[in-house]
Design a protein around this ligand. Structure first.
Ligand SMILES: Nc1ncnc2c1ncn2[C@@H]1O[C@H](COP(=O)(O)OP(=O)(O)O)[C@@H](O)[C@H]1O
Ligand SMILES: [Mg+2]
Length: 163
C-alpha cells in the first residue's frame, strides 16, 4: 500500500515546516527523494529537515558541486545529496542511502537506480501559480507519518483551489 498527499505550499516557510516535521520524526535509514525543477524549494525542504534533526539551518546549502554534504551534528547523520551533476559512476552514494543515517536527495529522478528496493518517501514539488504544490508518496513505513502530515497541514490550505 502506498500513501499519498498533496499540499499547497504558500510560502518558503511552509515548505521548510513540512521538511522540519519529517526531520523531527526521522528514523535511522530514512531516504527522502526530492523531485522538482530548479527553484522549486528542494533545498528549503532540506533546511527544514536539518532543523528538525537539530542541525543549524545556515549550514545547509545545495551541494551541487560536491554531490554530497554530510551533517553530523544532529540527532542522526544527515546525508544531503544532489544528483544534478551526477554522472552515474561516482561512488559512495549507496552507503549513504543504505546506511543508518537519513539521506535526502535533490534531483532524485536523475538516479532512479539508487532507489530500487528502497522504501523511500518521494516528495515532488511543482510550481502552482505563485505557490508550490507538494506531493508526498510513500510505501507502508511512511504511512503514519504521511497521515500525520495530512492532519497537520491539509486543513488550513484546503480552501485553496486545487487542480
Ligand atoms: N512555497 C515555497 N516553497 C519553497 N520555496 C519558495 C516558495 N515560494 C517561494 N520560494 C522561493 O523559491 C526558492 C527555492 O529555492 P531552493 O530551495 O534553493 O530551490 P531548489 O533547491 O529546488 O532549486 C527560494 O528562493 C524560496 O524563497
Ligand atoms: Mg537545491
Amino acid at each position: 500500500m502506498t500513501s499519498s498527499l498533496r499540499i499547497i505550499s504558500t510560502s518558503e516557510s511552509v515548505t521548510f515546516g513540512l521538511g522540519k516535521g519529517i526531520g523531527q520524526q526521522a528514523c535511522p535509514g530514512d531516504v527522502v527523494q526530492l523531485i522538482g525543477p530548479l527553484g522549486a524549494g528542494k533545498t528549503q525542504w532540506v533546511k527544514g529537515m536539518a532543523e528538525g534533526l537539530g542541525i543549524k539551518e545556515n549550514e545547509v546549502r545545495s551541494p551541487t558541486f560536491t554531490l554530497m554534504h554530510v551533517h553530523d551534528e544532529g540527532r542522526l547523520p544527515l546525508y544531503h545529496i544532489d544528483l544534478y551533476r551526477w554522472d552515474h559512476r561516482e561512488a559512495g552514494l549507496e552507503e549513504a542511502i543504505e546506511g543508518n543515517g537519513v539521506a535526502v536527495v535533490e534531483w532524485a529522478d536523475e538516479g532512479p537506480e539508487l532507489f530500487a528496493g528502497v522504501a523511500s518517501l518521494r516528495v515532488s514539488i511543482q510550481h502552482f501559480g505563485e505557490h508550490r504544490e507538494i506531493q508526498l508518496e510513500g510505501p507502508q513505513i511512511w504511512q503514519n507519518r504521511i497521515a500525520g502530515m495530512r492532519e497537520q497541514w491539509s486543513g488550513p490550505f484546503a480552501k485553496l483551489p486545487m487542480r
